[in-house]
Design a binder for this molecule. Structure first.
Ligand SMILES: *[C@@H]1O[C@H](CO)[C@@H](O)[C@H](O)[C@H]1NC(C)=O
Ligand SMILES: *[C@@H]1O[C@H](CO)[C@@H](O)[C@H](O)[C@H]1NC(C)=O
Ligand SMILES: *[C@@H]1O[C@H](CO)[C@@H](O)[C@H](O)[C@H]1NC(C)=O
Ligand SMILES: *[C@@H]1O[C@H](CO)[C@@H](O)[C@H](O)[C@H]1NC(C)=O
Ligand SMILES: *[C@@H]1O[C@H](CO)[C@@H](O)[C@H](O)[C@H]1NC(C)=O
Ligand SMILES: *[C@@H]1O[C@H](CO)[C@@H](O)[C@H](O)[C@H]1NC(C)=O
Ligand SMILES: *[C@@H]1O[C@H](CO)[C@@H](O)[C@H](O)[C@H]1NC(C)=O
Ligand SMILES: *[C@@H]1O[C@H](CO)[C@@H](O)[C@H](O)[C@H]1NC(C)=O
Length: 308
């Protein structure tokens, strides 16, 4: 009896492992299927997990429609110009947004830009990962926009003035040449502007001829005195955006089973801290895409089987 079991183990276990790894060729890379069957699951290096998708039956709702330009491998939200660089199943995605500028040469304005982003429903600017940041030595800037579901407007901003390059603190955005502030929760649009107090940087022009501003991922940015000049040619910076399903709570969503998005049987529903709607996650010990039928795989089965 013991011998038979040992023989079985010796042959079947490796066989199962071989089958397991060969059925799913992407296993070593991601460990699970992320898109619906027959749907595009990547754009260049960027993975596209369901509920996101590039064609009608591949996304959960139009809000999750993304377009991949197969020539440039650039992914955008719906058919907007908002470029997506990463989508995570934890409910975040990274997008690129403009660094706005206000530049002068002697008394003449040479460049002025302003940026506005309006997010579709289900996308919210992450208020813990991002900061509104401005740079310059004669500079003020602000960000304004809309919050939901209240539709209240918000405006917040920052000021920074300094009189020499020597007064800038390398690596530190604390008010000399660089200033940052938090943005509120539930933000669905940002309009970023930056200006010069003197309208021409006249007192600081020898070392600073531009002001800059952006809302972006705080941990990805370290201020350097060089940025007062080198940001001129940097078009954009990453921002973290939160996504969620629908506009209902988990309890409300569960009442309509045909629309409920947490379809994997080993998944659960939770409420995000920011924005509206709900999200799904796999149970502890499971891994995968909770938004797909059979999406959450039980990693513990494998582990307990191998422990025998
Ligand atoms: C996307 O983010 C994850 C971590 O959240 C990282 O492991 C992965 O490499 C990123 N992918 C790309 C294409 O940047
Ligand atoms: C895709 O990207 C290429 C290269 O950047 C560009 O020439 C083309 O117009 C883009 N196509 C679409 C449909 O946007
Ligand atoms: C800039 O303008 C101010 C007043 O508008 C003037 O006094 C100053 O001479 C001008 N500077 C230059 C370099 O043109
Ligand atoms: C919020 O801002 C928008 C656009 O600037 C404006 O049309 C709207 O009236 C503002 N709403 C309130 C409540 O002030
Ligand atoms: C700021 O300047 C530093 C040092 O030159 C550079 O490494 C960094 O990329 C710049 N920041 C941005 C956002 O371009
Ligand atoms: C349930 O969801 C389906 C699909 O989205 C929708 O067509 C239907 O009207 C919803 N039913 C109720 C009672 O809200
Ligand atoms: C904001 O992003 C951070 C990671 O960058 C994440 O830990 C946090 O949960 C996000 N906030 C929400 C409300 O999703
Ligand atoms: C953000 O939106 C959620 C969902 O609608 C709501 O419960 C929460 O009160 C809002 N938070 C603020 C500060 O407005």
């Amino acid at each position: 009896m013991m011998n038979i079991l040992q023989t079985l183990n010796a042959f079947i276990l490796p066989l199962i492992l071989i089958l397991f790894f060969s059925i799913n060729p992407t296993l070593s890379e991601y460990n699970f299927t992320i898109a619906k069957p027959g749907c595009v699951d990547r754009c260049g290096d960027i993975r596209i997990p369901y509920p996101f998708g590039t064609t009608e039956n591949c996304y959960q709702h139009y809000s999750f429609f993304v377009t991949c330009n197969e020539t440039s491998n650039k992914l955008v939200v719906q058919s907007s110009s908002i470029e997506v660089t990463n989508i995570s199943l934890d409910g975040q995605m990274k997008i690129l947004q403009y660094i706005v500028q206000d530049c002068y040469a002697s008394n003449v304005s040479t460049r002025y830009s302003r940026a506005s982003l309006n997010f579709p429903p289900h996308l919210t600017v992450n208020n813990t990962a991002n900061k509104f940041t401005i740079m310059g030595c004669d500079t003020y800037g602000y960000v304004s926009g809309r919050r939901f579901p209240s539709k209240h407007n918000y405006t917040t901003g920052c000021i920074t003035r300094c009189d020499s390059r020597a007064s800038l603190e390398e690596g530190s955005c604390k008010g000399s040449g660089c200033c940052k502030t938090s943005i509120p929760s539930n933000v669905s649009s940002v309009d970023v502007r930056v200006y010069s107090f003197s309208s021409n940087y006249k007192d600081v022009l020898d070392f600073n001829d531009c002001g800059y501003a952006f809302v972006g991922e705080d941990s990805a940015f370290t201020f350097s005195a060089d940025n007062l000049t080198n940001l001129r040619n940097v078009g954009n910076f990453p921002m973290v955006v939160d996504w969620a399903i629908g506009d209902e709570t988990c309890d409300e969503a569960k009442m309509n089973r045909s629309a409920y998005a947490c379809v994997s049987q080993n998944s659960m529903c939770y409420k995000p801290e920011n924005g509206y709607g709900y999200r799904c996650r796999c149970w502890e010990g499971y891994q995968g895409n909770p938004y797909l039928i059979d999406g959450c795989l039980g990693m513990h089965y494998c582990a307990s089987f191998m422990a025998n």
